[in-house]
Design a protein around this ligand. Structure first.
Ligand SMILES: [Zn+2]
Length: 794
């Protein structure tokens, strides 16, 4: 018995399990043992043999699965490159019984073309998640014509003759005691098909406890023969152990069985798949039928080979000629395999990505807790030539140009245009190319916009929008706390800290405006965190940095907090009212521009205009806010005056000398019959815990002004209220596009809640809220607003 030359092997027989290899060996008419010399890069081991007129190489996969099938097939075609004509994939599979196919254990399924399918459908279990639906990733080419012809002849032959494979099985089973033990047919009572909803108990090792009631009723077969089914084989990379999934996939593809090797073959590897059915892909599956099913498949393959004329096979193309992907270049094969592997990996990553993407989006959305953009845009746009007291400042330029974590603190008295500056910095002045990330938050003295967690959420929401990768730093805390995270200043700061330490972090500026309007305890906490952050990291020069820019009034408590770190932090400090020449110069410039506009608008004589300008420039406490209020007030008076020129002659009395005086003047002009309404309006706006909308304000006003007993059902008509409020409360309030009513400036609130003693003049004292802010909240207003909330919630 001499080993045939390698060049005579035309059939590659590929199997995976020891039972399958043993069954294959039983089918050999002559066994030449293992192949001694082979390509050095080929890691397969082969048993060479003869079946009829064909020399066969049995190649055994080391393990289940499509990837190793690819490697085995590639090596097979390489080692037998000069003679190999086709492959047989022979082994076991899980059956998919259906009304159309009464598949039993031990039956045989042979891959056959159907419709556009070549006989093997590849599926990727990674893609099963989508609606539980199977996504086909491709199908193998149909088996070569030669094999299909052989199948055709065998099919017709078995219709009239006793097939030979049954005899091959008998012979193999009865060869000796061991083969009887290994390959003998298990008792038919162990072939149990359970209804899909009857799951195998997780703890039971056998089906002894699985009730006969659970079984699908099937008529007993007349004989115990292994039947043959021709159709589609489904091939994937995971074991299916779930009856409902099995049935669903079966319905979608019409497949008769699942297996795990064929899909790994290249599309054009010429082969046929022969499978013995060993279980039903459900939770009850076990190994009882493995060997018998493997033997049935092997016996079928042996008979099939009988129908392949070896003369025809000699003229058949070589596998390596058929497989474009293989050509002669091993390198190309490798690349193809790597590509296939990469594609599968990418699909997998894509699926993970999709799921993660949704989570990331939800996580990102959790930080959108305020309308931070609206609060920025409430501030007027900066006028050319203004805010130069900062923009020309050497400390500002040092901060801007430094390449390390840094902080700039800008303090100035009310009305110097800090918020206008902050908006301008965010929108224009700090914008660079290539862009750095600019995030901002404008504190406001209300429940909504005065808290540190809200500010941190806004900053993080913007940061994650600009640098999406950083979201990963928020996921752990978000998974732990959900949307609750928006309340946790410490957790939010930890996320910020992690994001800044992330290698994907790029240079970022955080602008925090009006720190003094942040709630006091939150203010302290923020200052503490900033001091800690910068004392730890400040000095290091780095490629990507985080810079803060803070604006605030020069309040002692904030200053004290910073004291421990002041040496490291530059501070631009302006006392807007009288200590800084720069800001006065800027305002003088604006004064001239405004007067010119006013002169044109009202056609003022040159002398009048000059007089007005002189008067304004002579004022000692000149701030932007003061100028704004004074000019607007002047414009109103001019509009209602019949003799504008004469009015201006009396200027000294007309121009308020401070912001408070300007507010006072505005109030004085409210008509007597509207005073009660204006007073109530201010009380409600000042006392409300968050900015109210016009309809809310209408209800509150109705309640406040009505008789107590009817308060709950009262309510003003909201239509037209916005316009009324704009006219009567004038420069104090601002109504945004979503109809929320704000106080224009923090100084307006302060003016309204000042606990002044009546100064004798009837009007301002009357309209002023005569309680302190806190008292207003706890007073009648509280009842009014709580009644309002009852009404709105009802
Ligand atoms: Zn069971």
């Amino acid at each position: 018995m001499s080993t045939p030359p390698r060049d005579k092997v035309q059939v590659g027989w590929i199997c995976a399990l020891p039972e399958e290899a043993a069954a294959a060996r039983e089918m050999l008419d002559e066994n030449f043992g293992t192949l001694k010399e082979q390509n050095g890069t080929d890691t397969n081991s082969y048993i060479l043999g003869r079946i009829g007129n064909h020399y066969v190489a049995i190649a055994v996969l080391g393990q289940y699965g499509t990837t190793s099938a690819t490697a085995v097939a590639t090596n097979l075609s390489r080692t037998f490159s000069r003679s190999l004509k086709f492959g047989l994939m022979v082994g076991i599979a899980a059956g998919i019984p259906s009304p159309g196919h009464d598949i039993r254990l031990g039956d045989i399924v042979v891959s056959s073309p159907a419709g556009t399918c070549g006989g093997v459908v590849q599926y990727d279990t990674g893609k099963l998640v989508k609606d539980g639906k199977l996504e086909r990733t491709g199908s193998l080419n149909a088996p070569p014509r030669l094999l299909l012809n052989a199948v055709g002849i065998m099919r017709s032959s078995t219709m009239t003759e006793v097939p030979k494979y049954l005899g091959y099985m008998e012979k193999a089973i009865h060869r000796n005691e061991r083969t009887r033990k290994t390959f003998g047919r298990p008792d038919v009572s162990t072939d149990r098909l359970f209804r899909a909803e009857c799951e195998h108990p997780a703890t039971a090792s056998t089906c002894e406890g699985c009730l006969p009631d659970w079984e699908q009723p099937r008529t007993a077969r007349e004989d115990d023969e292994a039947n043959i089914h021709y159709g589609i084989v489904e091939s994937g990379n995971a074991v299916i152990k779930h009856a409902a999934t099995r049935d669903q996939l079966g319905r979608e593809t019409g497949a008769l069985c699942f297996e795990m090797e064929a899909a790994g073959l290249m599309m054009d590897f010429p082969c046929i798949v022969v499978r013995g059915i060993c279980d039903y892909a459900d939770s009850h599956k076990n190994d009882t039928w493995h060997a018998y099913a493997a033997l049935a498949a092997a016996a079928y393959a042996k008979e099939l080979l009988d129908y392949v004329p070896s003369a025809d096979l000699d003229t058949e193309k070589l596998v390596i000629e058929v497989c474009q992907i293989m050509s002669d270049q091993i390198q190309e094969v490798k690349q193809g395999l790597e590509l296939a592997f990469r594609q599968r990996e990418e699909q997998h990553q894509e699926n993970i990505g999709r799921a993660l993407d949704q989570e990331l989006q939800d996580c990102h959305q959790a930080f959108k807790t305020s309308t931070y953009e609206a609060y920025k845009n409430v501030n007027p746009k900066r006028e050319e030539g203004t805010c130069q007291w900062v923009l020309d400042n050497v400390l500002y330029h040092q901060w801007r140009g430094s390449d390390r974590h840094d902080l700039l603190w800008i303090t100035a008295d009310p009305g110097c245009g800090k918020s206008v500056l902050a908006r301008s910095l965010a929108d224009h002045d700090l914008v660079t190319s290539p862009p750095i990330s600019i995030c901002y938050f404008f504190f406001k003295d209300n429940e909504d916009q005065g808290s540190l967690p809200t500010a941190l959420c806004a900053l993080l929401h913007q940061l994650f929008g600009l640098q999406r990768q950083l979201l990963r730093n928020a996921l752990p805390e978000w998974r732990k706390n959900g949307t609750q995270i928006k309340e946790e200043a410490d957790a939010l700061w930890r996320i910020l800290d992690a994001a800044v330490s992330d290698e994907a972090f790029t240079s970022t500026i955080f602008i925090l405006d009006a720190l003094d309007e942040c709630q006091t305890d939150h203010q302290e906490k923020l200052v503490e965190k900033l001091v800690h952050f910068y004392t730890e990291r400040h000095s290091v020069t780095r490629q990507n940095w985080l810079k803060f820019l803070l604006t605030s009034r020069p309040y002692a408590n904030i200053q004290n907090g910073f004291r421990s770190a002041t040496e490291s932090f530059p501070e631009i400090r302006i006392r807007g009212e009288d200590e800084n020449g720069q800001i006065h110069k800027e305002i003088d410039h604006i004064v001239k521009r405004r007067v010119e506009q006013l002169a044109q608008e009202f056609n003022l004589a040159w002398e009048t205009r000059q007089k007005l300008e002189d008067q304004l420039l002579r004022m000692r406490h000149r701030t932007y806010l003061w100028l704004h209020l004074a000019m607007e007030d002047l414009r109103t008076m001019l509009r209602i005056s019949l003799e504008p020129e004469k009015l201006i002659q009396n200027l000294a009395k007309l121009i308020p000398d401070s912001v408070d005086a300007a507010y006072e003047k505005i109030l004085q002009r409210v008509p007597r019959d509207a005073r009660r309404l204006v007073k109530s309006t201010f009380q409600i706006i000042v006392g409300a815990w968050r900015p109210l909308t016009i309809p809310e304000l209408a209800i509150a006003l109705g309640a406040a002004m009505a008789d107590w007993r009817r308060a709950a059902i009262a309510g003003l008509e909201p239509r037209g209220l916005a316009e009324n409020i704009r006219q009567m409360c004038g420069l104090f309030v601002f109504i945004d596009s979503s109809e929320r009513v704000y106080l224009m400036h923090q100084t307006a609130r302060e003016f309204l809640v000042k606990n002044m003693t009546p100064d004798g003049r009837e009007w301002p004292a009357q309209i002023r809220a005569t309680h302190k802010y806190e008292d207003v909240k706890g007073d009648r207003l509280l009842e009014v607003t709580s009644k309002m909330s009852l009404i709105t919630e009802a």
